[in-house]
Design a protein around this ligand. Sequence first.
Ligand code: NAD
Length: 420
Amino acid sequence: MHTFPRPSSSTPDIPPGRQPVTARADREGRTDAPGRTDVPSTSEATGPAGTAGRTGVWFIGARGSVATTATAGCAAIAAGLHPPTGMVTETPPFADSGLPALTSLVFGGHDTLDCPLAKRAEALADGGVLPHGLPSAVRAELDAADAEIRPGGPLPGDTRTDQELIAAFAADLTDFAHRHDLARTVVVNVASTEPAPGPGDPRLPASSLYAAAALRAGCSYANFTPSTGLRTPALTDTVASSGLPHAGRDGKTGQTLLRSVLAPMFLQRALAVRAWSGSNLLGGGDGAALADPAAAAAKNAGKERVLADTFGTAPEGEVHIDDVPAMGDWKTAWDHIAFDGFLGSRMILQTIWQGCDSALAAPLVLDLARLLARAHEAGISGPLPELGFYFKDPDGGTSAALAEQYATLLTFAERLRAQA
Ligand SMILES: NC(=O)c1ccc[n+]([C@@H]2O[C@H](COP(=O)([O-])OP(=O)(O)OC[C@H]3O[C@@H](n4cnc5c(N)ncnc54)[C@H](O)[C@@H]3O)[C@@H](O)[C@H]2O)c1
C-alpha cells in the first residue's frame, strides 16, 4: 500500500492541501467552494439516467491514486459538492452531445492491492490530493465502488495462462455489466506503468491481457498509461474486428501538455529549438513505479514523441524522472529550452510546472469514459484520433499541437451531437 504524507507547510515547493468540503452546490451547480466556475453541467442536461441506461466505468488499477480521485471526484460533482473544474466534457460545447450523465456512471475495476477504497481516499485527503472531509462525504459511493473491485493479476506464482487470465478478467466485466444492467462499460487502464515487453517475450504484458479482456467483453477501452495495452501485434486482428472504439495512450496532464502548446509556438514563430531538456520530481505510486528505468523509458518516450512529431526530429536533450517519496502525489516538472532567434541570438526559456498529478488526471479520465461510452453508443469504432487532445501518444495518429487537437475534439463533439 502506498501512503501519501501530508505536505508540510514549511516546504515551499509543495502546494498547500486542498480546501475542505464546506458547502453543497445549489440546483444550478453554484457553490461557495473556492475556485468555483459557472460552467453549465452536461450532467444535468442529460438527466440522471443519461441517454440510455447506466454506464460502467471499469478501472484497471482501481485502488490507485488516479482511479480513487476519479471515483471520489465523480461522486462529489454528482452530489453538487464541487464544481466540475478540469472536466472538458462539462463545458458548453459538449452540452448536447448525448454524453452519459455523471450520475449514471457505475464504478468497478481490477487491482492487485486489497486496501479499501475509502482508506485509500483518506490517505489522499491526508496528502492534500482530495479535500479534507470529501472521503466521508462520499463514503457510500466509495464503498459501492470498492465492492465492485476484483483481484487483478498476474501476481507472482499465478500459474494461469494468458488465455485463462483474459477469460477470467472478461468474466468479471460481463458479470459487472449484468448485475448492474449496464448499457455499456468503458475499461480505463490507470494501473502502474509497466516496462515495455522484451522482443520475443512469449507472454502478453498485464495491460494487454486486460485490453484483450475488454474487447472480449464488448467494452470500449482507453489506455491512460504508457503501458502496451492494445499496441501489440497479438491483438491487431482482434481489435480491428471488434467494432469497438478505443483511445490511448498515456494521459497528457502536465509537462507534456505544456510541451504540446509551446513546441508549436516555436515552430510557428520560426525560432530554432536547439535543445529541450526536462526533469521531473514526483512521489506516490507513480513515482515508485517510474523509479524502474524500464518503466521510466516507456513514459519518457511519450514525452519526447510530442517534440519529434512537432519538429519532425527530436531536438537534443532528455527527460529524467526522479522518485521523491516525500512529495507524494505532487509533481514538479522543469523544462529547459535552448533556442536561436534572429541572426543566431541565443535564448533560453525555462518552465516550472507544480501540479497535483491525480487532480490533473482524474477529470480527464472521467471525460474519456463519457466520450468513449457515447462513441460506442453512436456506433463509432476503431481508434479515436479525435481524443488525441488527452494523450501523449494518440491512437490513430494526429497532430501533436494542443490547439489543433482541441479543434478536432470540438468537431467530434458536434458529430456526437448530430447523432444524439
Ligand atoms: N497522474 C497523472 O498525471 C498521470 C498522467 C499520465 C499517466 N498516468 C498514469 O496513470 C497510472 C496510474 O497512476 P497513479 O498515480 O494512480 O498510480 P498508483 O501507483 O497510485 O496506482 C496504480 C494502481 O495500479 C495497481 N496495479 C498495479 N499492477 C496491476 C495489475 N497488474 N492489475 C491491476 N492493478 C494493478 C496498483 O496496485 C495501484 O493501485 C500510471 O501508469 C501513470 O503513469 C498518470
